[in-house]
Design a binder for this molecule. Structure first.
Ligand code: ADP
Ligand code: MG
Length: 264
């Protein structure tokens, strides 16, 4: 039986889909059979980040409505033969999938995959409840902005109320120069506000735009790009490897800054 992990945030546009594409790719690169589920019905875009948009035939709603079986709807990745995407529907009917249907679908995937990563929609409505329903663990993602932190806080409360013991946090789009100048909340401030375990920090990185345009997750460039490196460290931590935060130091400028930042 595999493990299902939901990546959620409350606020939209903070990097959930980017995280699912990169962490999922990273897990598959490490040899784990991985399924990515896009539950953002009506606003699908995980397919674009993976460059799979032209290969979609069926989607999640087709599966639950019986137009195809699960296997037919899964789109195999271009580069990795152990990575699959279950695309969201483009319908406007956001409640097309019930919470029970989503739970049984995720359970079915867990029988076949080592990891099932669930990309959730913005908000805390039906889509959120359905996205978390089949998950064993949750990762909350926030940016250092106050509005995003507030929504993350609310989501952490909801996750805990729904039996998720220890959600873990990813802080995305961190600008270390701004943190240093006191213009942006630092990761330590965030951890204090949210009191949750840190899984990783992703710097602001304009190279992500190129990666999205190419349909190639930036984790493939973990040796070149700081955000790619950051995602690869998150994958290691998810696999239970003990990655010291100093690991980042090997990447000079980026690491230097992050190191300094952790030590004040
Ligand atoms: P969500 O799924 O939470 O709505 P996305 O993953 O779609 O968020 O990201 C929203 C936008 O922010 C995208 O254009 C994405 O490329 C950009 N983005 C995400 N993370 C970063 C980052 N670390 N640096 C720069 N841009 C980022
Ligand atoms: Mg998204």
């Amino acid at each position: 039986m595999g493990k299902a992990i939901v990546i959620t945030s409350g606020k939209g546009g903070v990097g959930k889909t980017t995280a699912v594409a990169n962490i999922g790719t990273g897990l598959a690169m490490r040899g784990f059979k991985t399924a990515l589920v896009d539950t953002d019905i009506g606003l699908r875009n995980l397919d674009l980040l993976l460059g799979l948009e032209n290969r979609i035939v069926y989607n999640l709603v087709d599966v639950v409505e019986g137009r195809c079986n699960l296997r037919q709807a899964l789109v195999k990745d271009k580069r990795l033969n152990n990575l699959y995407l279950l695309p969201a529907a483009q319908t406007k009917e956001k409640e097309a999938v019930s919470i029970d249907q989503m739970r049984s679908l995720i359970n079915e995937l867990k029988r076949d995959f080592d990891f099932v990563l669930i990309d959730s929609p913005a908000g805390i409505e039906h889509g959120f409840r359905s996205a978390i329903s089949g998950a064993d663990e949750a990762i909350v993602i926030t940016t250092p902005e106050v509005s995003s932190v507030r929504d993350a806080d609310r989501v952490i409360g909801l996750l805990e109320a729904n039996g998720f013991g220890e959600p873990r946090l990813i802080v995305n789009r961190v600008r270390f120069d701004m943190v240093k100048n006191g213009e942006m909340l630092g990761v330590d401030d965030l951890l204090e506000i949210l009191s949750i375990e840190l899984l990783g920090i992703i710097p602001e990185d304009e190279n992500l735009i190129i990666s999205v345009n190419k349909g190639e997750p930036i984790i493939y460039g973990a040796d070149k790009y700081k955000s790619g490196l950051a995602f690869s460290l998150i994958v290691k931590r998810l696999l239970g490897e003990d990655v010291s935060w100093d690991e980042l130091e090997k990447n000079e400028t980026f690491l230097e800054r992050i190191f300094k930042f952790f030590r004040g």
